[in-house]
Design a protein around this ligand. Sequence first.
Ligand code: ADP
Ligand code: NI
Length: 227
Amino acid sequence: MTTLPANTTDDADAQARLLAEAEAFAREALAHDSSGHDFAHIERVRRVALAIAQAEGADPFICELAALLHDIADYKIAGDEATGLARVRGWLEARAADATTTARVMEIIATMSFAGGQRPAMTTLEGQIVQDADRLDAIGAIGVARAFAFGGAKGRALYDPAQPPREQMSVQAYRTQQAPTINHFYEKLLLLKDRLNTRYARQLAERRHQFMLAFLDQFYAEWDGRS
Ligand code: ADP
Ligand code: NI
């Protein structure tokens, strides 16, 4: 793990101001999103990231700031990654965030929004935490709700026994497929608990994962008229 120099925006007031501005920026940037990245998602990621940061002894300011800004550079919102990243960097520089803070936050966001199939590993604890918080928001009860909201927005079926989930998929196939929403559990959501970086996130994921398994059991039982 790379150790970046300590954050130097160490004035509590300056940090609070920057966080408030980042919140307004994210709220505005994501106001019209229908891809599952609305501002409520950002607030949940922020809360869970702070909880993990406390449990793991990480820098809460960097975690909170990166959580607030993490989806602005997403290709679904920015159009493409490079444009999105430049927008966030410009925003940080315009607010005179110190160079260390800007570098630490940009590194996290760039790694998170990496659109290629194999994403590079997070190199800092703060990055690992924000990534874990984002992944946790895709599983559990919230994850179930988001998956069906996403599927509904795309006009997809809930379930179709004739279309089994696929194990290997190209990025292109993943983005363009019209598979039923239940398949998404096998293609992504049930795999997430083993892709977490931190111990505390793995602890939180356990209950969320069990909830999804119970949900699927009940779903099939009702589908078949057994329950
Ligand atoms: P990320 O940008 O973190 O990779 P996505 O954009 O893939 O996340 O997903 C945003 C939300 O929409 C998540 O909750 C995810 O589970 C859900 N989602 C993404 N793709 C699908 C899909 N094919 N079917 C159902 N839900 C999906
Ligand atoms: Ni996100």
